[in-house]
Structure formats: structure tokens, C-alpha cells
Unconditional design. Structure first.
Length: 167
């Protein structure tokens, strides 16, 4: 599926919350990522932020939401739910999302944007190939990126890069 930037006001409201969660994550020493799980009626079911600072690099909010949904959302409702996230799912999170059977993913910044930013700051890429969601989970509908939020996210990731370069 092709990415699209045709996002609704509803989408942008949830994406702004994801950016707030990303900001909270950065302030707590984590990488700046945040995600929100929304049911078919638009009700926020659960939200989380990156929690990798403790050394467990699998503590991505997107995977945490998939795990939470597996335990708390009926299987027949999951495909109608939407996961909003500050950054496009990595391959691990895309796979978790697909295996749990969640629906649409809407992201504020794409994997391509994150890779470009990191390269521009001279940072190494992570240990996993940076693939778009549909390269891992081809049946999942996706939306994003949100150009309105790119500058805010780029700044959060820049601050993270600077912090990590010092430590």
C-alpha cells in the first residue's frame, strides 16, 4: 500500500498526542516515540511511549500497544482499530501489529524521514534494516507522514542525537 499524507483533523489530533508522548519519552531519557491506540468509535483505548532507556530495545510503544490489544481488545474489533504513532513502525513493530490483527497505522514521520535525519547528523543506523510498514506487513493500511509535524519531530530526534553523542 502506498503512503498518503491525506490525513483528517481527527488523525492530526491523535498524532499531536503521539508527539507529546514522544516529548515525554525524550525527557525521561528514552528515544522520542509515542503511540496511541484508538477504537472504531474514535475512543483512545491505550497509549504508550518509548521505554528503551533501561536497556530493552524491544520496548517500543507500537509493540506495547499490540501486546495490550492482544490482551484487552476482542479479535473481531482489532482490525477496526487505528494505531497512531509519532514514527513509522520498525519491522519488529510492523510484524507485531500484523500478527495481532490491528487495523490502520497512521504515522507522523516516515522511516525514510527518520533515516535521512539520522544520516544528516552522522548517526549510524540501527541493527535492523529500516523498512516501511508494508514491506513487512503488506496488508496493513497506512497513512502518513504528517508534514505539519515534521519540524517538531525532527527537533526531538535532533535533541536525542545530541544527548546520545554526549553520553
Amino acid at each position: 500500500m502506498d503512503e498518503t499524507t491525506d490525513l483528517t483533523a481527527h488523525d492530526l489530533t491523535h498524532l499531536r498526542r503521539c508527539v507529546e508522548l514522544a516529548r515525554e519519552a525524550l525527557a525521561d531519557g528514552d528515544e522520542p516515540f509515542g503511540s496511541v491506540l484508538v477504537d472504531p468509535d474514535g475512543v483512545v483505548l491505550h497509549e504508550d511511549r518509548n521505554r528503551t532507556a533501561g536497556g530493552d530495545q524491544t520496548r517500543h510503544p507500537e509493540l506495547e500497544l499490540a501486546r495490550w490489544a492482544a490482551a484487552h481488545v476482542a479479535p473481531e474489533v482489532r482490525p477496526e482499530c487505528t494505531v497512531y504513532t509519532s514514527g513509522e513502525h520498525c519491522p519488529m513493530c510492523s510484524a507485531g501489529h500484523a500478527w495481532v490483527g490491528l487495523g490502520r497505522i497512521v504515522y507522523a514521520a516516515s522511516t525514510a524521514q527518520l533515516v535521512e535525519w539520522r544520516r544528516g547528523w552522522g548517526m549510524a543506523l540501527g541493527p535492523v534494516v529500516p523498512l516501511p510498514i508494508n514491506a513487512v506487513a503488506p496488508g496493513v493500511p497506512v497513512g502518513g507522514p504528517a508534514p505539519e509535524l515534521a519540524n517538531a519531530l525532527r527537533e526531538l530526534h535532533r535533541q536525542c542525537a545530541e544527548r546520545d553523542a554526549v553520553t
